[in-house]
Design a protein around this ligand. Sequence first.
Ligand code: HEC
Ligand code: HEC
Ligand code: HEC
Ligand code: HEC
Ligand code: HEC
Ligand code: HEC
Ligand code: HEC
Ligand code: HEC
Length: 357
Amino acid sequence: MESRTKRTLIAIGASIALLAGGAVFAAPPFEGAEYCAECHPGQYNDWKVSGHPYKLRNGDVAQFAPLPLPEGYTWDDISYVIGGYKWKSRYMDRDGFIITSVRTPDGEVPGHNQYNMMTGRWVDYHAGEEKPYDCGRCHTTGYSPEGHQDGLPGIIGTWEFGGIQCEECHGPGDEMSVDTSAAACGRCHSRGEFDTIPAKGGFIRHHEQYNEMLASPHSWANCVTCHDPHKKAEFSIERTCEDCHDDIAAAYAPTRMAGVGVDCIDCHMPYASKSAEALGPNTGDVRTHLFRIETDPAYRMFTEDGAFVNLDPSGQGAVTIDFACMGCHRNVDRDTLAREAENFHDKPLRVIRAVAR
Ligand code: HEC
Ligand code: HEC
Ligand code: HEC
Ligand code: HEC
Ligand code: HEC
Ligand code: HEC
Ligand code: HEC
Ligand code: HEC
């Protein structure tokens, strides 16, 4: 209860300060996740193996990850590594700029500066451009847009710690506030206007879970309705589809696809979004949170220019059978799959003669 005492003392201190002449009460200082670990070892241990702490790491730390370096660079040249937990890593030089070219024996060559973890490929990101790091508001703890972290000119803003630590969500030190709203996650897991879903190259763009959820049948939910916010995504699901849709789960369980291990999320949360690169036809590398499947084979998921997901007048979107089925059923034609998909959970499944994957 030591912290409660401390909080009370701080509160009394603040009241005295206010009584003494309206002095501004300073926020408590940031302490770092290790401080919280003392009393909250469970949350700390879960969080430590999730993605949040690893979003932005000092080169001195990241070199033990281990991650490869862009050609021609050594760890002495790297100030920070961005990501490198699940999808991709990018690198910052000693001036704080994002590295956008490699050093070959023939000199600087633009590109080959982003490492894609699932394929082990180097690809181009803003090849050859001067690219300052202005991403701190979503990647760090205690961010301020003023100044330059470590005095590096390429970095816009400063922060207390790299990565998303406890205090970015719970407030500094002994504040220990809790915000369970979807918007609290959506401040980082979003892109552009919340009532749009930006897309590119036939995929939804990444870090848009909030935009997607608002356009889904779960728009009423919070992220923590399903997720434990401290855990790695795959281990974080506290409420499964089956928990709330038990009737459909019961109908699906005896089907052949359920028998071979095809899960609700394989159809309803397919990889319709892309962070690093597509892993196959109709297969990106981030699961979508649109949930609803549109079975009309003529339905277009994206706007004419491909820049957004199509939303109906009430703001709702859906994935097409291209993503829901054709990532697996690559050799079955769209019309056949569409027929099978329609009223999917209401009919006895027929065997598709042409099923081949
Ligand atoms: C000295 C022990 C101690 C430390 C250090 C500590 N806490 Fe706590 N924390 C507690 C206790 C005890 C409670 C339960 C209080 C209660 O039930 O009202 C608590 C409750 C919480 C809660 C839940 C609050 C709620 O309203 O439900 C959060 C979130 C939290 N702590 C976050 C943190 C974070 C983040 C840090 C590090 C910056 C931290 N704590 C450091 C002891 C500590
Ligand atoms: C990405 C935001 C985020 C981060 C990072 C985070 N938390 Fe939480 N935490 C939450 C939310 C949201 C809840 C409320 C969960 C709920 O009610 O379902 C919560 C709940 C808690 C609670 C209350 C008990 C519980 O588990 O529900 C404690 C204690 C806590 N967090 C401690 C920590 C500590 C310690 C860290 C760092 C090691 C941390 N949190 C990191 C968002 C976060
Ligand atoms: C609006 C918040 C936001 C901004 C701004 C942002 N990001 Fe991210 N970024 C995220 C989130 C959330 C994720 C993880 C979820 C996802 O990709 O769907 C992510 C993922 C990444 C990853 C992959 C992480 C991994 O471990 O694989 C990299 C690399 C990355 N971002 C780089 C950048 C760079 C560079 C910038 C600035 C030019 C930037 N981001 C700006 C929120 C943001
Ligand atoms: C301050 C910005 C920020 C906030 C707030 C935030 N996130 Fe994140 N989140 C990120 C970034 C950046 C990543 C990418 C980390 C990486 O993979 O390197 C990420 C990754 C994730 C991942 C995938 C990585 C993993 O551990 O499996 C999940 C799941 C996630 N966040 C859930 C949440 C939830 C739930 C909340 C709200 C309680 C939340 N986030 C709030 C920035 C944020
Ligand atoms: C916490 C409970 C809860 C969880 C967990 C949940 N759902 Fe739902 N889901 C609902 C509710 C309630 C609705 C109805 C919303 C409405 O009609 O506006 C719904 C609606 C839907 C719909 C649209 C129904 C329609 O008639 O168009 C789909 C599809 C769906 N959920 C799929 C899933 C999948 C897949 C999962 C697991 C990833 C899941 N749900 C997890 C509660 C939940
Ligand atoms: C209806 C339940 C539900 C809700 C609500 C929900 N998620 Fe998820 N989310 C899931 C499931 C299920 C997965 C897949 C977990 C797995 O890989 O097994 C997932 C995966 C993720 C991933 C990892 C994606 C990937 O491909 O690696 C991120 C990031 C994420 N969720 C963030 C969020 C955020 C942020 C919110 C709120 C805006 C949210 N989720 C709301 C069920 C939900
Ligand atoms: C994750 C991969 C995957 C996805 C996604 C998927 N399927 Fe399947 N499907 C399978 C596998 C595996 C089988 C079993 C093939 C076999 O037994 O020969 C199968 C079998 C079937 C069958 C035959 C079932 C039976 O009872 O004989 C139908 C019909 C079918 N799929 C339709 C669909 C439709 C429609 C979708 C999209 C809404 C879809 N599938 C999405 C993997 C998938
Ligand atoms: C093989 C792909 C596939 C799998 C696996 C699957 N669904 Fe569906 N589901 C569909 C399709 C396709 C529709 C749309 C049917 C329509 O609109 O006519 C649908 C519709 C739904 C709906 C909307 C209500 C309805 O009856 O149409 C809910 C809710 C739902 N699924 C939940 C689940 C849950 C929960 C699971 C896991 C137990 C699951 N689904 C597994 C393909 C699948």
